[in-house]
Design a protein around this ligand. Structure first.
Ligand code: TYD
Ligand code: MG
Length: 454
């Protein structure tokens, strides 16, 4: 391919450039420009060269039933997908190396095959013997799924074309290579071309395809963002090192709600499903201690209780530490600023450590009150009532704002033995007996009510 015939495109904004540059001057993104092979310039190109065919149009009211779904029986996985795999859908499962993606997908493919569906697992990173050994250890050796060790895209597509399984797992997209692209496996061009061919195949033949993708240090699935745009569903498999919990989170789902999570525990014999994550995330609780607050959260469609833990200690540093794990650091800074400006409680000169127990990540603004509660409790060295859960969003004025799904939050808390909720005064709650509700208008009120100070 002659150099002059290639084009350069920014993977962030899509701007076209004549030559490569370190920074896209259209959107300002660094290192986002890649070289692309141009579209073929054959004689058939251009409008008017062909008479296109008329596309059949339809209206919005349709009597088509919802897509049939294949449930694998692995409940946590099925729920994250919105009720099971949709035939012909393409999924991307991303995660750090070693987090358990191969284990998860092997278990899922095996479970699906046990329901009578055809599943094929292509491994590009491990030999078949290795995968078989793992399957044996996981107690899956008798599952009627099939394995292939292959990285050549053409061979994989030929096999799939002949077999037409219900599910094909490609582990991983970074190991695939297509001989029609002159680039190394794992390069942007290869990953994109391979993903495109597999997604097209999935749609054409009604085969569900799951692509496994490694995540780079920056937290993105290696390769261009376009892979995320191509697939119907993007799942992240995450967990903290040193914790046995793993969370499968849907960040995009064309066939179901996104934001749904499935919780697993990595054990000696593979991933075990955790049907009641609240109990698990709270199980580390003992005596009431200062700096701990229980947040009644919602993850996807399910209420999950988590424990926010804070430690506040005098700092010897000119700019004290703000170490935050499992929460949005920007959100925490805002809450610290509101506590200081609206309640006159300074954190200057104090190191602050905040963390969510169990390696869980909490992104809901509804967690604000629990974060403030943990911070205040740590700073005042005074425990919050151990039978209470907290939720509510804090505005910059210090006022507490109501949040969604209060009933579900309270129901879950009650189920786990909590008897009291600290929540925004303006929160509407429909029919919830058995839970005492301490309603609070703003942060100053919270400090007074809970810690007995003004
Ligand atoms: P793996 O699925 O290979 O991760 P990935 O495909 O995301 O790179 O899982 C690797 C880790 O999981 C490995 O460090 C060992 C651990 N593991 C267990 O703890 N128990 C098990 O039963 C299995 C199969 C793996
Ligand atoms: Mg793997």
């Amino acid at each position: 391919m002659a150099k002059s015939s290639s084009a350069f495109t920014c993977t962030a904004c899509g701007a076209a450039h004549k030559k490569w540059a370190g920074r896209c001057d259209a959107c300002g993104e660094w290192n986002s420009i890649i070289e692309e092979a141009p579209l073929s310039q054959g004689p058939g190109r251009g409008l008017g060269a062909h008479k296109g065919r008329a596309v059949p149009l339809s209206n919005l009211s349709t009597t088509e039933p919802p897509p049939p779904r294949s449930r694998s029986g692995m409940e946590e996985f099925d729920r994250v997908l919105g009720g099971g795999l949709v035939p012909g859908s393409a999924l991307l499962v991303g995660g750090d190396p070693g987090i358990g993606k191969s284990t998860l997908l092997l278990q899922h493919a095996a479970a699906l095959s046990r329901t009578g569906r055809q599943a094929i697992y292509f491994s590009g990173e491990e030999a078949s013997a290795q995968v078989r050994m793992r399957a044996m250890r996981l107690g899956l050796a008798d599952a009627p799924m099939r394995l292939g060790a292959e990285t050549n895209l053409r061979d994989i597509l030929t096999t799939l074309e002949a077999e037409r399984p219900d599910l094909a797992v490609i582990d991983s997209i970074q190991t695939l290579w297509s001989d029609t692209i002159e680039a190394a496996p794992g390069s942007v061009a290869q990953v994109r071309a391979s993903a495109h061919e597999l997604v097209t195949f999935a749609k054409r033949r009604g085969v569900a395809v799951i692509l496994v993708g490694h995540v780079t240090k920056e937290g993105q699935i290696a390769g261009p963002r376009v892979v995320e745009h191509m697939v119907d569903c993007v799942l992240y498999f995450e967990g903290e090192r040193g914790h046995q919990f793993r969370i499968l989170r849907s960040v995009k789902n064309r066939f179901g709600p996104s934001g749904e999570i499935g919780v697993f525990e990595m054990t000696g014999s593979g991933l075990a499903e955790v049907a009641n994550p609240s109990a698990l995330f709270l199980s580390e609780r003992g005596q009431p201690i200062a700096g701990s607050a229980v947040f009644a959260g919602i993850e996807g469609t399910r209420p999950v209780l988590t424990e926010v833990q804070a430690l506040v200690a005098p700092s010897t540093l000119a700019s004290p530490r703000r170490t935050v794990v499992g929460l949005d650091p920007g959100r925490v800074s805002t809450i610290l600023a509101v506590l200081e400006a609206r309640c006159g409680i300074p954190f200057a000169g104090l190191d602050v450590f905040l963390n969510v127990a169990g390696g869980m990540k909490v992104v809901e603004p509804a967690a604000d009150l629990a974060i403030a509660g943990a911070l205040l409790s740590a700073r005042e060295d005074s425990a919050l009532p151990p039978e209470a859960v907290l939720f509510g969003e804090i505005s910059l004025s210090g006022a507490l704002r109501p949040v969604g799904q209060a009933e579900n939050r309270l129901k879950e808390a009650q189920k786990l033995g909590f008897t009291q909720a600290i929540l925004p005064a303006a929160q509407k709650v429909e029919g919830q007996a058995g839970m005492a509700q301490r309603r609070i208008a703003d942060l100053t009120g919270f400090v007074g009510e809970v810690f007995g100070a003004g």
